[in-house]
Design a protein around this ligand. Structure first.
Ligand code: ATP
Ligand code: MG
Length: 560
């Protein structure tokens, strides 16, 4: 339209939508929905779907509904509904007033079923579930018609009404669509539309004794809401003919179903059923355990909405299933936190140093940069005195040649402070190093170094007197193998990483850390990104490690 700007590349869903807009299909309207079943907490796979559906609506000036697909009363509840709303909002998307429930449509869906029966396109089947299963046939063999298939419309209407009123036992009857038992597509072999359940529903209580099946409820809910593009994952591709058939039979508004490949991630599981097992069988602490890929777990772990959205953007949408390396997710959060997280010095496994030539009662304040990536972030002061802590593994008594950290007789720089030299190693009776005696060089103060000295190592540290104690939880991948579900003979839980959580009870931090609040994220210099956990109290700060500074697993798998 008169501008010469290069057209950005679009993915296959965008190209369908753009064509529809061009053809003025649905009056050029774009309306999507995110349709979770409230039977568990959302995971990163759902985040992909959320970013896609809400993202497309934003991009094309459309709308996106939040719809709870609540048709399985035994598995669903309000806790899940609330967690889902919290997670979608946290990601930064708004469904405004369009919060819907499939259960809101139960009356309408029932009326549609009656219309279908009246058309002679649905019937009540008394066959047992086993018989129905057997008569369905296989992928290579056609199915058989049920002996109840040719019931009269009147009889079907009567039986269906009685099903609704709770006259029959669970499993004794179902309502089926009358399509084609010899169709090569099994989903078209007279699929079930309604089953009997005398269950209490989290919203409709005991009102209903029949509940709609997914295929029935889903397409019609899309239609009722005026959804234009019903985007779902690839396994529903084979359901699409049924989706279309039902809407065509009822002659109602007909959304277009579009399928994309679901997200699979290495070193974890993305299935609500498996996540539920991990939670219920207490392999993890709960739905927000920072080791599982639920959105609430990622949030508690320290992930940001921006990191998750960037990740979704990077992986894009495809038509073929694949596995995304979890390292890409970790990269996304590193990339975001590098720009936004303030730096703090925290010693996770402390070793004490006494500077023997520094005045014992003197404290000086040193200036530290809060975030070298963000000039706006300013600076802070850190007290420095004659006693400090460094990381235990930054010292080696008998180091290999390329060890540039501290060892006897060698010099290193303490970040924002001075160059020090290790003069003496103090050990306890067991021979363990308990303290180092060092000298500092007063000429080498950072920012006003006049010594001309060059050292290769710079260490983080914390002052002994003012140090703040904290518990630090080091989280790692929950599974030791890339695909814990690959071996069908084995339970995926056999591959749980026994070291997925290491707790360091007494890390020591620079005192400025006391101003950090629950949910805040910081970089512990040289150690990784950390987030203040909700278990923190006035007495004790608790940090979760979000991610290490570098991908430590990449090196390990290259060695294989
Ligand atoms: P699970 O397989 O984990 O039990 P689900 O598909 O049963 O998930 P729903 O609550 O039905 O969970 O999913 C809501 C929406 O999220 C659906 O549109 C579904 O296609 C999408 N979704 C679920 N898992 C993924 C995934 N791994 N990648 C992308 N989208 C997903
Ligand atoms: Mg589902």
């Amino acid at each position: 339209m008169g501008n010469t700007e290069e057209k950005k590349s679009v993915n296959f869903i965008e190209s369908i939508i753009e064509q529809d807009i061009e053809n003025n299909k649905n009056g050029g309207r774009v309306h999507t929905r995110f349709p979770p079943e409230p039977n568990g907490y959302l995971h990163i796979g759902h985040a992909k779907s959320i970013c896609l559906n809400f993202g497309l609506a934003e991009q094309y000036n459309g709308l996106c509904n939040l719809r709870f697909d609540d048709t399985n009363p035994e598995k669903e509840n309000d806790e899940y509904v609330n967690s889902i709303k919290k997670d979608v909002a946290w990601l930064g998307f708004s469904w405004e007033d369009r919060e819907y429930f499939a259960s809101d449509y139960f009356d309408q869906l029932y009326k549609y079923a009656i219309a279908l029966i009246k058309k002679g396109k649905a019937y009540v089947d008394d066959s047992t579930p086993e018989e129905i299963n057997r008569m369905r046939g296989t992928t290579t063999q056609p199915g058989e018609e049920s002996p109840y298939r040719n019931r009269s419309v009147e009889e079907n209407l009567d039986l269906f009404q009685k099903m609704k009123e709770g006259v029959f036992e669970e499993g004794s009857k179902i309502l089926r669509a009358k399509i084609d038992m010899s169709s090569p597509n099994i989903h078209l072999r007279d699929p079930a539309l309604y089953r009997i359940k005398h269950a209490n529903h989290h919203r409709t209580g005991d009102e209903w004794h029949i509940y709609p099946m997914y295929d029935w409820a889903h397409g019609l809910s899309d239609s009722i809401e005026g959804v234009t593009h019903s985007i779902c994952t690839l396994e529903f591709e084979v359901h699409r003919p049924l989706y279309d058939w039902l809407l065509d039979q009822l002659e109602v508004f007909h959304p277009q179903q579009i399928e994309f490949a679901r997200l699979n991630l290495s070193y974890t599981v993305l299935s609500k059923r498996k996540l539920l097992q991990l939670v219920e069988e207490k392999y993890v602490e709960g739905w927000d355990d920072p080791r599982i890929p639920t959105i609430s777990g990622l949030r508690r772990r320290g992930y940001t909405p921006a990191a998750i959205k960037n990740f979704a953007q990077k992986i894009g949408v495809a038509k073929r299933d694949g596995v995304v390396d979890v390292a890409l997710l970790e990269f996304s959060v590193r990339e975001d936190l590098n720009k936004t997280a303030n730096r703090v010095m925290g010693v996770l496994d402390p070793l004490k140093i006494t500077l023997i030539n520094y005045p014992e009662d003197k404290t000086e304040m040193l200036t530290a940069v809060n975030n070298p990536e963000d000039p706006e972030a300013g600076s802070r002061e850190i007290p420095f005195g004659s006693e400090i802590y460094i990381e235990r593994d930054d010292f080696m008594e008998d180091p290999p040649r390329k060890f540039f950290r501290l060892s006897p007789g060698k010099e290193v720089r303490l970040k924002y402070a001075y160059i020090i030299k290790c003069e003496e190693v103090v050990k306890d009776e067991a021979g363990e190093v308990v303290e180092l005696k060092c000298t500092y060089d007063p000429e080498t103060r950072s920012g006003s170094d006049t010594s001309g000295k060059k050292v290769k190592g710079t260490l983080h540290w914390a002052p002994v007197k003012e140090a703040l104690k904290a518990e630090v939880r080091l989280y790692d991948r929950l599974f030791t193998v890339e695909n814990p579900s690959a071996d069908k003979e084995k339970d995926f839980k056999e591959f749980i990483n026994p070291d997925s959580l290491v707790v360091l009870p007494e890390a020591l931090l620079e005192p400025s850390a006391k101003n950090i609040a629950v949910g805040d994220r910081v970089q512990f210099e040289r150690k990784g990104y950390f987030c203040v956990d909700r278990d923190s109290s006035n007495e004790k700060l608790v940090f979760n490690r979000t991610v290490t500074l570098r991908d430590t697993w990449a090196k390990m798998s290259k060695k294989k």
